[in-house]
Design a protein around this ligand. Sequence first.
Ligand code: AIR
Length: 155
Amino acid sequence: MSDITPETQTEAQIEQIEQEFEESGTLVGIIMGSKNDMEKMLPAQKYLDEQGIKSEIHVMSAHRDPDKVHEFCTTARARGLKVIIAGAGMSAALPGVAAAQTDLPVIGVPILGKSLGGLDALLSAVQMPPGIPVACVAIDGAKNAGVLAARIINA
Ligand code: AIR
């Protein structure tokens, strides 16, 4: 006779779901504000690939797709992600908006735009209010975002 009650069965199911997420093995979510940022963001994934760390890449804009960003960030931990890398140019809200909606570490990548030498994106990513941290790398510094994510995971 099985001693699984409806309560323990539910716990077992939850454990199974968590295990499935762990087995999928994706540890880093790489997000960016536009498909036009992709080329600049790929060095983060390349570095993580070289380290054997699985990542996923999505395009979502904090301004154009706020619902998508909310969904991604609020489910990231439950889906097994450990770090989020967020890149955007111009008024780069994405890193900060991500950090506001998850307690996972968020690494911001300011992307060089057509004006202001990338200072717009740098300041948008780095000037976060107390309590909502973004670890910001250099302008177009996606490789270092990958390196930092790997260090956080291996800490
Ligand atoms: N962006 C998109 N939504 C909000 C922001 N800040 C950024 C993108 C991109 C820049 O605006 O991250 O770097 C221009 O976007 P696009 O799609 O017009 O090339």
